[in-house]
Write a protein that binds this ligand. Structure first.
Ligand code: F0G
Length: 352
């Protein structure tokens, strides 16, 4: 039996990477596609629901698939420094892969708007972390400029190799189900992920006839430029991962959704948070808020009769682990009840 070696190795013939690429891997990918029958029932039932749990990648988010490709290409091209703007997950992933490659990593994050687990990751992996007094969009603008001016490799999803590596998630879903599902729902922020899924499904379909899903892309209502049709100057949402007002690949995302016969919609923070809770409580899968957006959108579309999924297969992409953003959940309860170590008191509290 051959040992698993990461997405570049597994799908090498499918990925367009530059000659001389030197694989830098943390054995990312190969994440589980978990059936979610109890949640499907809650959403009305009569269809198959699967969670593509991308929070189980090495740094806790889907970003590792694209990052292994971007850093491997950068090393092959002789880069010494990589840079990105990030709402947190890209930063942690870039920092980890850069560390493994022996590169210097510089990450720019929007001040005060990055979840604790992501910031901690970027610091732990040894990146130089800079807070920008502005939004993700402001940070992205200056990292793009500096990478054009100096020999610093940009590893945001504007980097085409990020998209190449990210396509592997679509390949895995087809490999596991045999064909593409009828619907794929996922959160949309800077729009690299939805662009990559569509490219991946199309490539697999052309090669293997696996078919194409309809895409349901979901933004947060306070950060929904693709739904509103114009940039959002001051995006706001509790799902800080997708707090983005000018998505770099917005046009491609809209085109992908349209070509697929799907759409991009927005849901409120309230719906995102209640889906985060429902998923954890019904299926034992704890994801960060942004990662529940795709499912919140699915629930909304089914409940309003805009989406019929009877007898179909639906895959929801859950992009990041719940541990990335513990603070959100701790707010659910005031403080756990504290008791002395006595069985009679325990029996009383448990009403036994
Ligand atoms: N879900 C999570 C957990 C994310 O971190 C992101 C993006 C998305 C969804 C949206 O993906 O940008 O490809 O549309 N996070 C980026 C970051 C912006 O910097 O970590 P997208």
């Amino acid at each position: 039996m051959s040992e698993y070696q990461g997405v570049l190795h597994r799908y090498s013939e499918m990925l367009h990477l530059p000659p001389g690429t030197r694989p830098i891997t943390l054995l990312e990918g190969n994440t589980p596609l978990i059936p979610a029958p109890r949640l499907a029932e809650q959403l009305g039932g009569g269809f198959e629901l699967y969670i593509k749990y991308e929070g189980l990648n090495p740094t806790g988010s889907f970003k590792d698939r694209g990052m292994t490709a971007a850093i491997s290409a950068a090393v092959g091209e002789g880069a010494r420094v990589v840079i990105c703007a990030s709402t947190g997950n890209t930063a942690a992933s870039a920092a980890a892969y850069a560390a493994r490659a022996g590169l210097r990593a510089v990450v720019l994050i929007p001040q005060g708007k990055v979840a604790a687990g992501k910031l901690a990751g970027a610091i732990a992996y040894g990146a130089q972390v800079l807070q920008v007094e502005g939004s993700f969009d402001d940070a992205l603008q200056i990292v793009v400029e500096i990478s054009q001016k100096h020999p610093i490799c940009l590893v945001n999803s504007l980097n085409p190799y990020r998209i190449e590596g990210q396509k592997t998630a679509a390949f895995e879903i087809c490999d596991r189900l045999g064909t593409a599902p009828e619907w794929l729902c996922l959160p949309v922020g800077n729009a690299g992920n939805i662009t990559a899924y569509w490219a991946g499904f199309r490539q697999y379909d052309a090669l293997r006839g696996t078919g194409l899903p309809h895409l349901l892309g979901v933004q947060a209502a306070g950060a929904a430029p693709l739904v509103l049709g114009h940039p959002v100057e001051r995006p706001e949402t509790v799902a800080t991962a997708i707090r983005i007002g000018r998505p770099a690949r917005g046009e491609q995302a809209l085109q992908a959704a349209e070509e697929s016969g799907g759409r991009i919609i927005a849901v409120t923070d309230e719906k995102i948070l209640s889906m985060q809770r429902l998923l954890a409580a019904t299926e034992g899968i704890w994801v960060e808020p942004a990662s529940a957006a795709g499912l919140a959108g699915l629930a909304h579309e089914i409940a309003t009769g805009r989406l019929r999924v009877r007898s179909q297969r639906v895959v929801a992409v859950c992009t990041g682990h719940g541990l990335k953003d513990p603070d959100i959940v701790i707010q659910w309860v005031s403080k756990p009840l504290s008791i002395p170590p006595r069985i009679d008191l325990l029996e009383e509290v448990l009403a036994l």
